[in-house]
Design a protein around this ligand. Structure first.
Ligand code: ATP
Ligand code: MG
Length: 371
């Protein structure tokens, strides 16, 4: 997978411009608040179908402008293609592939694949379960567009079921007639999603353990394990059984759910355990170990993607090299050499560390070729 270029119009602080990327390393350097992360965010949007940091899409349209467009050119499986987004205030964005409008965002996902490394990703280890669910969902969606549709469907059913539980609040002896149908549907989609997430975590666990010991020179073992209901244990092999357990939880605890006014069971409550030598990394791993775990998980995401698709995704490193110690830095740089990497940095010395490729100085939403 090679990202050839991206062209922006009225996007964030970029008025208009096209940036070409090296098939090796491209460095975007410059002072703070010039637009480096904006460029990376734009590229990653084509992998995820949405921005990783905007709360609402209108944030992406340049202040004072009514609309914005962005077009990514990439090469995959020997073919060149383009993907575009058109954003207008007050409307949902429209995706295109090779100039043809796509009906759904899930048709866009999976075409262009990228892995983003950002300093905020430390929260995958340290943060709440939702951070780990998002990590899994983002990684899996790029490989299986059907997964994203299943997830959207689950969330739509969850909204309906929650609305019903809320409307029944205060009359807890009266369970709404339609609740059971929603519970069954929710359990069905929950089982589909949990099985895929658990499988992904298990396979990634093997890849990550190997990479971790390469990076740290230690023999500590990383274990990633999907963690849903304790009743399921670690056994997600049988979708029917997983469905039965979610179904039971969603039908046997309705009184409590009505009292709380929301759905208390399902994949929106699940988590992924991250352990280092059998101990929970969130509690016992040092800062340095946590950082190594996150880097390992991100490199593993790329490795997993290559195994499934036959191509490496594009690696996007947003400001992470400067905060790594020399050993981790050289491991990461070594681990992604011979692949396409786009790196942002405020530290101009990063240019010296990377020999081939392109270098741009980013200033006030524009860029110039540097050396
Ligand atoms: P740092 O090195 O601090 O991470 P950066 O170069 O990565 O900086 P960006 O996060 O890309 O900086 O943001 C650059 C600028 O873009 C910010 O000053 C921000 O105010 C501006 N910006 C964000 N959204 C918009 C928008 N919709 N319209 C115009 N400018 C915007
Ligand atoms: Mg930035």
């Amino acid at each position: 997978m090679i990202c050839k270029s991206i062209e922006y119009r009225n996007y964030r602080n970029i008025e208009a411009g096209k940036i070409e990327f090296s098939s090796g390393t491209t460095i975007l350097y410059g002072k703070n608040a010039q637009g480096k992360t904006n460029i990376i965010e734009g590229v990653y949007m084509f992998a995820q179908g949405k921005s990783h940091r905007a709360r609402v899409e209108e944030e992406l349209i340049k202040f004072g402008a009514e609309s914005s467009t962005m077009t990514l050119s990439y090469r995959s499986g020997g073919y060149d293609s383009t993907l575009s987004f058109e954003l207008c205030r007050g409307r949902r964005k429209t995706p295109y592939k090779n100039g043809v409008r796509l009906d759904r965002m899930s048709e866009l996902i999976g075409n262009f694949r990228a892995v983003l490394f950002s300093p905020e990703h430390l929260s995958i280890v340290k943060g709440s379960p939702s951070e780990r669910r998002s990590f899994l969902d983002a990684a899996i969606s790029q490989l299986r567009p059907v997964y994203m549709r299943t997830l959207q469907r689950y969330n739509a059913i969850l909204l309906q079921r929650n609305a019903l539980l809320k409307s029944a609040k205060g009359e807890s002896d009266r369970v709404p007639d339609t609740l059971e149908a929603w519970s069954l549907q929710l359990a069905e989609y929950a089982a589909k999603i949990a099985v895929v997430r658990a499988q992904y975590a298990e396979r990634m666990s093997n890849i990550a353990s190997e990479l971790y010991s390469d990076m740290t020179g230690s023999r500590e073992r990383i274990t990633l394990r999907y963690h849903g209901s304790s009743k399921i244990g670690g056994d997600y092999g049988d979708e029917r059984r997983v469905f039965d357990i979610y179904k039971r939880q969603l039908t046997e605890n309705v009184g409590r759910e009505i009292l709380l006014g929301s759905t208390q069971y399902g994949i929106h409550k699940d988590d992924m355990d991250i352990e280092l030598d059998g101990r929970e990394a969130k509690l016992f791993a040092s800062q340095g170990q946590q950082r190594s775990i996150v880097l390992t998980m991100k490199l593993s995401e790329g490795e997993y993607s290559r195994i499934e698709t036959g191509e490496y995704p594009v690696f996007l490193l947003d400001d992470i090299l400067s905060e790594l110690d020399p050993a981790r830095r050289s491991y990461v740089v070594g681990g992604i050499k011979d692949r396409q990497v786009i790196i942002t940095s405020c530290d101009t010395s990063v240019r010296r560390r990377i020999k081939d490729g392109l270098c741009y100085c980013v200033r006030d939403g524009a860029w110039t070729r540097g050396s």
